[in-house]
Design a protein around this ligand. Structure first.
Ligand code: ADP
Length: 429
């Protein structure tokens, strides 16, 4: 890392390498991307994934896996907790593991996933001291994610101060929301101070918007709801590829229930808990970590585990999840003034025929949604029925998301704009 520089000379032999860092609450993922020649002056050419390493269970049961883009595992190891007690240690370990493949070409830029960009950042941004200070101030809005994002940024800045680092925000794709979509009905001065609905998963939605333009331009220009259903889950209303509203709010707690987060609840419930002896930290831990699918089922936050269980509360948790997802789709359809298409993505959305079917069952009467059972079962790109007898009124699509690919794309763009790519032009190109 210490030998890397922000801008390599124009005549560099190997293709430039970009690292994408996604530091979560208990995991760090690092991906290595190579910027192909064709991308040097074309912002639409995506960097190609070369390798990926991740550590999960930091501070609990650390587990490292590193694999090449073709899936070949190059390292896999379980560590004693003491050895990977925090994010710094995890980061060093992944860097070390991946450094084998990086020896000939140190990264020319690092793209970070940063959860909260506040009201200031409407796009990816080059990181400097001012940016770090701004992101620091947003920690209370994303207490489980933002500190880890910043730890990674600082660790790299300490080791290689001149290396170009780029922050890519989960909020930025939503920055153009109308005030109606941003307001909470609190005293207005709080809105002015930034207590507003921002929305998250923006990197995923930006990627899906881009995919839609490529695979179904007719749909992309319409009124689309995208359901990002992973460990975290939200939905986004898009008009012509731009976000007009989403289900997450000031924090990533709002909207539909998730693996361990509660989604929308009556704020009175929080007051009730506080009045009956629970402290703020305890309530926070419950709303973020012990609620959602895990809270209702008492079994797991993992959708696969619940689908495999015949415990009544596992089924109740899935039923509630599907019901709430469908309700949110209805709400977003009102925002859009109609619904032209529905897109499923992320772990559950892209892989679970069962959950998609349960959600769509709620949408049959109101939106005329009909699934093609075989297409749904096989996670095909278009899962809505096209049969003459019972065609779906709107297309339903499954598109895998790629948040890290989106970060690589934005990082390559900023690298190009700052003259860091051979043949790369200025911002005007
Ligand atoms: P993250 O939000 O951490 O990126 P993912 O998008 O990978 O997470 O989503 C993780 C969720 O996806 C888990 O609940 C997991 O059970 C679920 N999932 C993954 N594959 C399947 C599948 N085949 N069927 C049902 N759920 C799945």
């Amino acid at each position: 890392m210490s030998t890397a520089h922000a801008a390599h000379p124009a005549h560099h032999h190997a293709n430039p390498v970009i690292l994408v860092v996604n530091a979560g609450s208990s995991s760090i993922k690092i991906s290595i991307y190579v910027v192909p020649d064709a991308a040097h002056d074309n912002i639409d050419v995506q960097p190609t994934l070369a390798a990926h390493g991740q550590i999960e269970g930091i501070g609990v049961a650390p587990h490292l896996v590193a694999r090449m883009a073709d899936g070949r595992v190059v390292a896999e190891e379980h560590f004693p907790v003491e050895q990977v007690a925090d994010h710094n240690a995890a980061f060093r370990l992944i860097r070390l593991t991946l450094s084998v493949g990086l020896r000939d070409s140190p990264p020319v830029a690092i793209g970070h996933r940063v959860v909260h960009g506040g009201i200031g950042y409407t796009d990816a941004v080059r990181i400097d001291d001012d940016v770090i200070a701004t992101l620091e101030a947003l920690v209370p809005l994303a207490p489980l994610h933002q500190p880890h994002n910043l730890t990674a940024i600082r660790a790299i800045r300490g080791a290689a101060p001149d290396l170009l680092q780029v922050a890519c925000f989960d909020t930025a794709f939503h920055a153009g929301h109308d005030p109606l979509a941003q307001l909470m009905a609190l005293p207005y001065e709080y809105y002015e101070r930034g207590v507003r609905r921002y929305g998250f998963h923006g990197l995923s939605y930006a990627y899906i918007a881009r995919q839609l333009r490529q695979v179904a331009p007719d749909i992309a220009s319409g009124r689309v709801v995208v359901a990002h259903l992973g460990n975290g889950a939200s939905l986004c209303a898009m008009r012509d590829g731009r976000s007009v509203d989403s289900t997450m709010g000031l924090t990533a707690l709002d909207g539909m229930p998730m693996g361990t987060r509660c989604g929308s609840i009556d704020p009175g419930a929080v007051l009730y808990l506080a009045a009956h002896g629970m402290g703020a930290d305890e309530i926070q831990a419950m709303l973020y970590g012990k609620s959602g699918l895990l809270g209702i089922s008492g079994i797991s936050s993992d959708m696969r585990a619940l689908l495999a269980s015949d415990a009544p509360r596992a089924q109740l948790a899935i039923d509630f999840y599907a019901y709430r997802a469908a309700q949110e789709i209805g709400k977003l359809a009102v925002t859009l003034g109609g619904l032209d298409a529905l897109v499923f993505t992320a772990g559950v959305g892209a892989n679970s025929p069962e959950v998609r079917a349960r959600i769509c069952a709620h949408l049959a009467d109101i939106f005329g949604v009909r699934l093609d059972p075989a297409a749904n079962q096989e996670n095909r790109q278009r899962i809505s029925s096209a049969s003459a007898r019972d065609a779906s009124r709107i297309p339903v699509l499954v598109l895998p998301t790629d948040e890290e690919g989106m970060i690589a794309l934005s990082t390559a763009r900023i690298l190009r704009e700052s003259g860091g790519l051979p043949g790369g032009g200025q911002a005007s190109r």
